[in-house]
Design a protein around this ligand. Sequence first.
Ligand SMILES: Cc1ncc(COP(=O)(O)O)c(C=O)c1O
Length: 440
Amino acid sequence: MPKMLTEPPGPLSKEMIQKDTEYFPPAFVSRLRLPIIAAEGKGSIIIDVDGNQYLDFTSGVAILNVGHCHPEVVQAIEKQSKKLLHTCGVIMRAEPTIRFAEKLLQLAPHDLTKIYLGNSGAEVVEAAIKAVRYTTGKHGIIAFQGSFHGRTMGALSLTASSSRTRRHYAPFLSEVIHVPYAYCYRCVFKLEYPDCGLACAEYINTVVETVLPSDDLAALVIEPILGEGGYVVPPNHYLSKIKKICEERNLVFIDDEIHTGFGRTGEMFAISSSDMTPDIMLCSSGVSPGLPLGVMLGKGKILRDWQEHGSTFGGNPLVCAAALASINVIQKEKLAENSAKVGQRMISTLQETKSKFELVGDVRGKGLMIGVELVKDKKTKEPATEQARGIVTECAKQGLLILVCGRYGNIVRFMPPLTITEELGEVAINIFLNALKKVT
Ligand SMILES: Cc1ncc(COP(=O)(O)O)c(C=O)c1O
């Protein structure tokens, strides 16, 4: 339960935030930053340096699926830290790395039989770009408007969640073409599903026929639900249609599950419900209980011939031991099922706000990946960016940590640890509703 002793930032947080601003360049201070300095975390609770206790519905941006400092994860870290911290997997593999790989391959869709380990989401996005270039001999990539794939130069070339992220960083990788995502609330074609016939997916064929032929296109990379781009859940059959186009056009289908994987959406992977296997699947958040980790899983026929890549820390034994413990917790505590159950309840309650508040334009989500899009006017859909920011600040004052996303920063998102109960979900929604009333 939240317990507030001071209004955030409290005196100690204030002092440290001042140092933070002094020490780090502005690039390292996100516009999402909350006005607190964390001291401790347990389950879904964060305690700041001033002793305030918050309900953490950010999960370190969808990382902590098992919550802060889960006892089984901490135990695995303690045990491994006394045995072996590093070998550099490129020269000598460590035992936990093999055990973790074995577990992941059992869990992943069956056709995915090879695995590569890195230290972050962006790092495995880079690995995927190199792997598809190497194995197909082609270099064009189709990505999506609204997608987020990371901030390193290759990954940033694919990212298009907001042009602010790309500003002043050009030139990017050549031959990356961004096509519209199925963001039905703001359809670029001004059509409605299902009458649209998934025109946005069809548009990929137009690109291949007019801009870059299949002969030069290596892959298509997609988030099964947009994360940073606005918690956008595409309609039924959209992903299978995209996969079919990839098959017809001979493109490697890369499924970026970095935000959505490991139970976040109520299933082990967001793609699980679409009854198909990607050629490459990328994971990071969710599988790691808070240590740096990136995972690329791929079909044997794609990764079998891939050579000349590596990472000094990738597959680190401490990280792998912790991640293995985290997967065991996700399975043992049935966290994907809990995510589906609690998420459904929260989404239903939030849906009711659509008719009660002029500000609430859309409520969407799957499992515990829930977004509320705020607009100044339901007809024009003008983004209510300042109100969304106001809600985040007000919620923090009342002990609930949430974030915004989307290109306009007008979507409030809920992504608690998957361990939360229905009761805590209700507590969070009540705080959110109070804040919504205040800014309305
Ligand atoms: C879908 C997706 N891909 C890639 C990334 C990049 O991951 P990282 O920040 O670990 O580099 C993120 C991070 O939020 C993400 O959500």
